[in-house]
Structure formats: structure tokens, C-alpha cells
Design a protein around this ligand. Structure first.
Ligand code: C5P
Length: 252
């Protein structure tokens, strides 16, 4: 088992063979988005957050700047990595991609919550401990953005519909706004991960996020994991901000 030493206590769903991410401490539930341009920057962030943060998200920006090897390296040292690739393609391509990512020792992987893609991914990840997350509606999108993209549903309805489809496909979790976490949790039940970006401690800059929630409220709403990028990565004292966010999560 590649991750036998991780403090995760993952559980296998006998029906679907999907491993769910089970977090035991607040530290397990804070995922820092390594949204930085270079490996040097990423290494600096990880160094500064040593022993405070143990879970990182790597997305497009870093992945295409040498971040995949870095992700492998961190994972082999026991750090958990959420690879935010938001995959979507024909079934066969999704399946082959998921198989390759599962072999890299990643903890979480995102794909857009389209039923066919999710089913192909679940099948491909069946023998691994990769937690597959369905991206419902990006937290930077509001009603107008969703309408402009050609959908007739409002974001909330679309999030709930895709959550239900993710549950039926056998996914390990959902990515959604913490505003929707409570409603999503009611649909997916207690075992699936509900991972929420768009987290902003009081007084911090919203950037392009439109549906934002504080760390404490996100926990109260049923988020299993919080993804925090700019509020920590852009801070002058990253360690202090991460510690403050963890304290706020614990207070909830
Ligand atoms: O800097 P910030 O805290 O807004 O970062 C949030 C991270 O979560 C970004 O890397 C963004 O790509 C990601 N994300 C998101 N909304 C989703 C899925 C992922 O903001 N629905």
C-alpha cells in the first residue's frame, strides 16, 4: 500500500471499491493551494509551513512548471497531495489519466462532475486509494456566469444535481462552495469528502471568488476539507495565518 503510513484511516466502500478520505485532525482538513509560479516559490511555502500544514493542492499553474515531480516527491515523504487537474475528456482518456495519477501516490484528484467521466474515473481508480472529487460548479461562478455557459439551472440547483450524480457514480467526494456544503452533505451522506475552496477569513481580500465563507462557518456547514490559497500563500507571515485559520477551524 503506497500510503499505509498516512494518518488517514481511509475506508473502502465495499459496494463501489472507492476509498474515501477520512480526516481525523483539523490539520488533516486544511489543504493549502500551492498556486505559485515556480518550484522555488512552492518549496519556500512548504518550508515555511512545515509542521503546520501537511496537505497541499497543486493545480494548473505549478503542475505545468515542474510541479508534478514535486508532487511525487512530497507524496513519497508522507505529505498528502490533492492534484487539482479538473479532468474532463472522453471516457477512455479520463480512465487512462486517472490510472496514471493513481500510480503517482496522490491523495485526491478532481474531475468535472459529468456522469460519464465520473463513472470512467471510478472504474479506473478502483484498485487504488486515490480519492476522486467531482467539481460541481466553480466557486468563481455566479448565476449569470452559469447562464452564460449555457445552463438553465441556477448554480445551487446544478451543484445539488451534480452531487447526486457523483454519489451514484461512486466518487470519493465533492468540491463545492462552503455555502453549499450543508445541502451537499445532506445529499451525499457522512462518508464522502466535501472539499470547499472559496474560504476567506474575515477581512481578507475576496479576489475573484464570489461565493466565499469563513473557515469556522465552512466547518459548521459540513465541509470535510477546506482549500485555502491566497489568504495563506499571499500573506507576509504565512505560518501565522495558517495557524490562525486552524485555530478558527478548531473553534467551530
Ligand atoms: O486563492 P484561493 O483561496 O481563492 O484558492 C482557491 C483554490 O481552489 C484555487 O486553486 C482554485 O483553482 C481552486 N478551486 C476553486 N473552486 C473550485 C475548485 C477549485 O476555487 N470549485
Amino acid at each position: 500500500m503506497p500510503h499505509a503510513d498516512r494518518n488517514l484511516a481511509p475506508a473502502v466502500d465495499a459496494d463501489r471499491g472507492v476509498i474515501r478520505e477520512r480526516a481525523s485532525t483539523m490539520q488533516d482538513r486544511l489543504i493549502v493551494g500551492l498556486d505559485v509560479p515556480t518550484l522555488k516559490d512552492a518549496e519556500k511555502v512548504v518550508r515555511e509551513l512545515d509542521a503546520v500544514v501537511s496537505f497541499y493542492k497543486i493545480g494548473y499553474q505549478l503542475a505545468f512548471a515542474g510541479g508534478l515531480d514535486f508532487a511525487r516527491e512530497l507524496a513519497s515523504g508522507g505529505t498528502r497531495i490533492f492534484l487539482d487537474m479538473k479532468l474532463l475528456d472522453i471516457d477512455n482518456t479520463v480512465a487512462k489519466g486517472v490510472e496514471a495519477i493513481a500510480r503517482m501516490g496522490m491523495t485526491m484528484l478532481t474531475l468535472h462532475a459529468y456522469p460519464k467521466a465520473m463513472k470512467a474515473a471510478v472504474e479506473a481508480a478502483r484498485d487504488s486509494d486515490l480519492c476522486l472529487l467531482g467539481v460541481t460548479v466553480l466557486t468563481s461562478m455566479d448565476e449569470q456566469d452559469v447562464f452564460d455557459a449555457g445552463y438553465e439551472h441556477d448554480p445551487h440547483t446544478l451543484v445539488l444535481r451534480r452531487s447526486e450524480q457523483a454519489l451514484h457514480a461512486g466518487m470519493g467526494g465533492i468540491v463545492c462552495s462552503a455555502e453549499e456544503a450543508e445541502a451537499v452533505r445532506r445529499i451525499v451522506g457522512p462518508n464522502m469528502a466535501v472539499v470547499t475552496p472559496g474560504i476567506r477569513p474575515k477581512g481578507s481580500d475576496h479576489g475573484d471568488q464570489k461565493r466565499v465563507v469563513t473557515p469556522a462557518q465552512a466547518i459548521r456547514n459540513g465541509s470535510s476539507h477546506l482549500v485555502v490559497g491566497r489568504p495563506i500563500v499571499s500573506a507576509a507571515d504565512r505560518r501565522a495565518v495558517a495557524e490562525a485559520i486552524l485555530d478558527e477551524m478548531r473553534s467551530a
